[in-house]
Design a protein around this ligand. Sequence first.
Ligand code: AVI
Length: 321
Amino acid sequence: MAQPALIPADLDSLSEDRQRRAELVTGLTAPAAFISPKYFYDVLGSKLFEAICALPEYYPTRTEAAIFAEHRDEIAAAVGQDACLIDLGAGNCAKAASLFAALRPRQYVPVDISAQFLQQSVAGLQRRFPDIPMLPLGMDFSSTLALPAQVQRERRLFFYPGSSLGNFDRDEALVFLRRLRAALPDAAGGVLLGLDLVKPSAVLEAAYDDALGVTAAFNLNALNHINGLLGADFNARDWRHLAFYDEAQQRVEMHLEARRDLIVRWPGGRRTFRQGERIHTENSHKFRADEIADLLAQAGFGDCQMWCDPQRWFAVCHARP
Ligand code: AVI
């Protein structure tokens, strides 16, 4: 089968580029500076995230994989076969590929903001699975979910593993789930989510501040990515990685902290940072099992099934409209 052509669903348009710059400038010039975690994911950032998933401290990936391995048949029975499998934030597509044998999708639609990385991933995958039609989409699905007409409408299964839902704030997560619900035209469709559960803060903080410094590199690489997108002059050496668990908010926060007083410039703008001032780069919310069913119900889903590991560190959930 020929290599599937990647559809740059929105990233290449001029207005998209302008919007991205405006969004970055708004965050960088806010009194408490912030950027969206989507700016972690250029090609290098996606590779660093792959490396994070292999770290001993980063339990989510292997715990989720163990749940899928342990409960594969039950999950396949709940989800059903022959779905149009829409893999949100697909990255290297490895998680979905591990389910192909059990789920036998009729169409595979990997979606990722890092279009170049996705294209590389799908090229190898299509060679391994020549019988599954693949439609890779390079797009930012965090604010809209405009799927092209080639995406089949029947039996859509939105696959959103790895607790990526936790990178939205609570109200944004609800809006996002409602958007998925609205994009499910038939009752045979559904969502299959992986969600990280609340656990001791020492486990969480180690997972987001590993001994090798891979997560630090992942966080700092966002500055290099922003330099490319905005023409800014961030120097990653001027910044320090910070990660901590906020128990009240049930989330790990990642920040970049200025090591000295400095000025960052970009065409048309600048920002002074004092030593110790931070840029908030990510929230990673952790869930209680009872919250998940509530959240899905509020988003308009019924009939939710959940599978956990024995320590109850991570949950895989399937819900139908
Ligand atoms: C992609 N996302 C679910 C990861 C997480 O755990 O929040 C991103 C990540 N950030 C630091 N390590 C991993």
